[in-house]
Write a protein that binds this ligand. Sequence first.
Ligand code: CP
Length: 325
Amino acid sequence: MQTYLRGRDLITTQEWRKEEIETLLDVAFDLKRKRALGQPHAYLRDKVLAMLFFFTSTRTRASFEAGMAQLGGHAAFIESRTTQISHGDTAKEIGEILGRYFDGIAIRQCDWGVGNRYIREVADASRVPVLNMQCDIYHPFQILADLMTIIEKKGDPRGKTITVSWAYASSYQKPLSVPQSLILLMTRFGMNVRLVHPPEYKLMPDIVEQAAENARKHGGSLELMDDFDAGFKDADVVYPKSWGCWLTTEDPEESARIGQKYTDWIADERRMALAKPDAIYMHCLPADRNIEVTDGVIDGPQSVVYDEAENRLHVQKAAMALTMA
Ligand code: CP
């Protein structure tokens, strides 16, 4: 166990050692148990978290805000458009100034080629920990909640097969942050990871290489596939979700045209039946219902999406308690 994590940023799980992540999960399970028992756990009394959003959110905002209150502190919601950022406040100024008011700064900035750089500039200037609430490259808290859910449902993740697959959606060009963070973390916990997508939907080559290296070090595997049905076959965990073809085009119209070739990439009952009988269906939400996944699958007995969403609360409380105390 690594227990001294005060002041640490959490921008990607890759920057936390495996035993530090195990500590975070251990604390998350403890906090979940305490909440279930109604036991007080005000580890962050009088502490305040700034939550700076450049993009919409349901789960992330609600779970960070509820989590800070349950830890005895407060979370301040700051929507970027209501700040002076568009009138000149730089990332360095945000880090310097918010770091003097708050005990932690959480940021969601998902713009392609911008988000991660912005969060790192704030972190460089901040005297308090910076937490990544999702950027263009990583979504660490989603994936920590996903790992917690897999452990709850499947036990030891080592040797289990998880399929991280692209699926069609029409709503918007989603970031690469969820699939990239999934392949990075699940390979460190010994899972056999299948990454499945059409050719235009590649992830960042550097991230795929890091995931392959993680698999080599930790005894799992990373397999790249382009057959949606084959990805489901005999999997323990299926995680089909949409992402944008950012490495192919940043033009939304061209992206929509490319997506039209793959509208049959929907997670449906026939495909779920290809996975193991006790396989679980995961999705970070929001999902494009009956486009990306059928109602029958997302509302069906194999879906764990609500437990997955709940676990956001517990892992985030663990991270805040460990880094902001
Ligand atoms: N999964 C997730 O991050 O949800 P929100 O976009 O609603 O925060």
